[in-house]
Ligand binder design. Sequence first.
Ligand SMILES: *Cc1c(COP(=O)(O)O)cnc(C)c1O
Length: 384
Amino acid sequence: MSDFIYLDNNATTRVDPAVVEEMMPFLTEQYGNPSSAYRFGKQVAAALDLARERVAALLGCEPGEIVFTSCGTESTNAAIHSALLMDRDRQHIITTRVEHSATLKTCELLAKRGYEITWLGVDSQGQVDLRELEKSIRSDTALVSVMWANNETGVLFPTEEIADIVRGKGALFHTDAVQAVGKIPIALADAKINFLSLSGHKLHCPKGVGVLYVNRRTKFAPFMTGGGQEKSKRAGTENVASIVALGKACEVAGQFIEHENSEVRAWRDQFEEGILERVQGAQINGDRAHRLPNTSNLAFDGIDSEAVLMLLDDAGVCCSSGSACTTGSVHASHVLKAMGFSDDRARSSLRFSFGRFNTAAEVPRAIDAVERVVGKLRRVAAAA
Ligand SMILES: *Cc1c(COP(=O)(O)O)cnc(C)c1O
């Protein structure tokens, strides 16, 4: 374990042992159904209540506004579905070209089914133009969906400001906050956000649990129908152990937000400075002034990111290329392409994402590994 450096915390995170401990009883003795009328079930319902309070505390909202789902992707689907279903006169959606596939693919599918989608572009920093966003909102716009933080570059959008604009124009606003929650402070009570999606496994909780925040004044039509769980906002017997885990993960995340923005940010910054100093032709992708504290997306001029990825894997460093590999063909990252970068620059870029389970000692080792691997690939290319 100690030889391997995990720098892919935006893909998923290590489960916090405190989270495992909290969920364990609900995988063993406490197997009651929270909807049951006897005490053995009611104890479990109380555990769900506590989890709901803990998530609400991290988001600065009310527990009644938290709906547990199976993942971030489901939450996003549910928000989009509800917005379209609640007002049949509004069948237009606005989103950006740099969203996660949860939003991107869903909107592409809706476009095929006859809904109208406006795709907002971004500038070279990865930012949307707020005036363009405002102008694109129409009287038949059901929903504007803009992520809070980009998973590839870490670029932060001015989410509260966007929410104000959307509310002013009378449409609903959803934000995919999967990468933002736990990394930056969030206070939903003061924001004009209707829906927010988050995912457990990006904040040191197991995979397969998420949350959709639904503002208490926002009308909602469920995506999953059936039983009356989650106040009829999401049918299906609750994933109790994972929900309990998510509650604990949110509590711990609240305690570590300071740490994310001091220690973790310092590791990321040290890593970037080291790379920029020692690796020629390395460049940072994305708005440095408005970025998550843990994410570094770097381009290595003339280098194939897939080759770097594999050699870094051999060297014990896990990171990610933004490119999606579908059946052998590698597509350049849609995020970097939307920022106006060439296929070459997009294909030479890698994402390194830190987390609180990294250590200060790993930073220089990771810099060394990247320097060695890029150097080796450049020598091979020069010799060819
Ligand atoms: C990981 C991720 C998702 C998907 O969350 P799942 O729980 O894996 O479905 C959605 N949006 C962003 C920005 C992500 O990083």
